[in-house]
Design a protein around this ligand. Sequence first.
Ligand SMILES: [Zn+2]
Ligand SMILES: [Zn+2]
Length: 378
Amino acid sequence: MGSSEAPITTKALVVDKPGAPFVLEDVVLDKLRDNELLVDIKYSGLCHTDLVIQHGKMPIGGFPVVAGHEGAGTIVELGSGLQSSGLKVGDRVLLGFASCMNCRGCQEGSKGACDNIALTNFGGTRGLEDTPIRRPNGDFVRGSVFGQSSFSKLAVCDVRAVVKYPGPIEDLSFLAPLGCGFMTGAGTVLDVLKPKTSNNIAVLGLGAVGLTAVMAAKSLNVAEIIAIDIVESRLDLAKSLGATHALNGKSYKDVETAIREASARGVDFIVDTTGLTSMINSGIKALAQQGTFAIVGTPVPGEHLSIEGMDMLIHCKKIIGVTGAYANPQELIPRLVKMYQDGSFPIDGLSKSYPPTEIDQAISDMKSGKVIKPVLAW
Ligand SMILES: [Zn+2]
Ligand SMILES: [Zn+2]
């Protein structure tokens, strides 16, 4: 099948300008380029990063924009360069992130650490000067976010973001968030930090990323898993998923005090999903000898950490930034699906579906902690 000749009209959630609401509008999709495919989106997870994009807090991008980067659906059409890609019309796919495929990280399989991850995930195959989405009047709408812009019934996707899913279509309702949040939380523990059973680990913030980090630590039988949040229902969930300690941050002066109450020597690993400078500063102090602190949540641009060099030196501490778990989504996502099927990655209990018109309710439920992972059902 070749590329479509006529433009396609569909519905998408468009954010008009920084801070504006997500509004369901008619949009027109351009015909496919060689390495693009048209996906009928069934589900798209809502991630904190979508709100960062909505509020114009990304260092790159533009408005109006269609966000959405945890999409899943079925292939409707393939670009002319994809005829021997192993993908075919009707295949079910999960959408992760795109990477440049040329830099050292990509060549070594660490696509999440791609040198060009920002440009690739906000410019897609077309670069920042072009987009596959227009308003009916012809005005430019920023698309290709994470190679998908999947807050849309139909989406022009970058093949580099696509992962085939051989199982039933209904599963996509809870598998869609593998594309970002679930993959990031689990992959950071499984493939970046790699704790041993004798280690201990603390997870700061128990949203989708934090809870999947807890699940991954449990799957590795890590001796102590300390989960910290300020929402009781999330703490209960973390305990049911394997946290040995679930601590309400409101009950402690700071993160270090909480962690050291659970483990006086400190912890070997910390995964921060909050991005809060005060949490990170205090958490670093709670690392044990040779401990590693992973910054996974999105910090506020321009804010600086306050760390004591001597503490870093004599305790041989490491601080690392981790985007996309440094992962290769085409390898990690199928591995996590297998873990789900084996029962060691019970992600099916984390999501709740909403119609796209109720995205504001979904955002409010995610922020309050009532729902871990809202998923839009298209
Ligand atoms: Zn790259
Ligand atoms: Zn995300």
